[in-house]
Every structure is written in C-alpha cells, then in structure tokens.
Design a protein around this ligand. Structure first.
Ligand code: ZN
Length: 247
C-alpha cells in the first residue's frame, strides 16, 4: 500500500473514532441537560403549588377578618335594638341584622370551601416537594457519574486529536484537504478498497482499465491517488483483501 494511502486510511480510522466519540459526548451532555431541565420543571411546579396555597391562605385570612368585623357590627346593632322604641325603626333594624347574618353565613360557607381546598392542596405540595428532593438526589448522583464519563471521553478525544495531528503532518496538504472534503460529503467514509472490481464505498463496478491502473500503481509503488468515478471516494487496492483476477 502506498504510504500516502496508508496514512489516509489511518487518518480515516482516527476520524471515524473521533466522530463516534463526539456523538457520544453530545449525547451524554444532552442527558445531563435533560435531567437538569426536569429538576427545573419540577421546581416550577412546586413553586406554583406553593403560590396557590399562599393565595388561598391570604384569602382565608381576609375572609376571617371580614367575618369578625361584620359580627362586631351585628353586635352593635343588637345593642341599638334594645334602645329603639319606634316600631318601624325596630323592624328595619331587625331586617338589617337578618340580612347581615345571611351575608355572614355565606362568608362562612366560603371559608369552609377554602379550608377544604387547603386541605387538598397541602398534601399535594408535600408530595411534589418530596418527589423533587428524591429527584434532585438521583440527578445529583447521575450527573456526577455522567460528568465523569464526559471527562474520560474528552480525554480520549484529545488523544485522538493528537494522533490525528501527527498523521496530518506526514500527509500531503492538498491530498489531506481533498480527503476532508470527501469525508464530510460522503458520510465519514472517504477512503475505500476496491474488491472484485467494485468500490466498497458505493458498491458500483469500476471500469476494468481503471482497476488495472490502480492495481499496477500499487504493485509498482507509484503512489498515485485514484478516485471512484461514481462516488468520488479515494480508492485503493490491496492484495490481501483484493482479488487479483477481478481487480
Ligand atoms: Zn464509489
């Protein structure tokens, strides 16, 4: 195998490894982000429930205060009732007291409804908070595990990049650029063998005269770079895996 082709094949191996690891890294980071996002979501949910309870309690306090004030007014009117001698005035006052009592009993009903709501809401909040704490615990453990995986993978990527740099230093610059363009365009496969006269990248047959040229270039160690006329990938031939009869 010509040296440049061998280097290209080695470069491709590193690049494919890098591509896989970078995909893995991306996925791990997404997993971490998803967990952080879930915690934030649950926190918002707990916050909303807490706010709802605060509102109910504020309303409850306001109603109790109003009730007390109204009851004081009723008491006052009852005192006045004892002093009124005029029959009409007496009836009017009694009527007034009755209406106020009626209004108060509506307020009392409202208070009961509020208390029932609070009784329902409070355990729900407690449940959400307990779930949130458990989730935070789990996420804490998992994210630190994932972050360790990320760190290990980042180190591997760095080593692969260093290896890549070394290969690239020995490669012809134009050839390297050509390889990179093909690698990007052809789904991470830029350098392929020909086997039985067929490109192993696109699985199309190469013209026989081209196969002969590629084979003799290998045998005479010309180091010429050939590309598949169908997919444009860099093709090479190797006796260990190629078939002499067809190639
Ligand atoms: Zn091809």
């Amino acid at each position: 195998m010509a040296t440049q082709i061998a280097l290209l094949a080695a470069l491709q191996e590193v690049d494919q490894r890098l591509q896989r690891k970078e995909r893995d890294l991306h996925e791990l980071r997404q997993q971490v982000n998803a967990m952080v996002e879930e915690v934030a979501h649950r926190e918002r949910e707990a916050e909303e429930r807490r706010r709802r309870i605060d509102e109910l309690e504020a309303r409850h306090r306001a109603l109790e205060k109003q009730l007390k004030e109204e009851e004081a007014k009723i008491k006052e009117k009852r005192v006045r009732l004892n002093r009124v001698r005029n029959e009409r005035e007496l009836l009017a006052l009694r009527r007034e007291i009755d209406l106020m009592k009626e209004a108060n009993s509506k307020l009392e009903d409202e208070v009961l409804v509020l208390l029932e709501q609070l009784e329902r809401e409070k355990p729900l909040l407690a449940e959400v908070c307990a779930q949130l704490e458990a989730l935070k615990d789990k996420v804490g453990h998992e994210t630190s595990r994932l972050e360790m995986d990320v760190a290990a993978l980042e180190q591997e990527v760095q080593r692969d990049r260093a290896e890549r740099e070394e290969i690239v230093r020995s490669l012809d610059t134009d050839l390297c650029a050509r390889y990179e363009r093909i690698f990007a365009r052809r789904g991470g496969v830029a350098v392929v063998q020909i086997r039985d006269g067929t490109c192993q990248g696109c699985h199309m047959r190469l013209p026989p005269h081209l196969c002969n040229q590629i084979q003799s270039s290998y045998l005479q160690n010309h180091g010429t770079i050939f590309q598949c006329p169908h997919c444009g990938r860099i093709v090479y031939w190797h006796p260990a895996q190629g078939s002499d009869a067809d190639a």
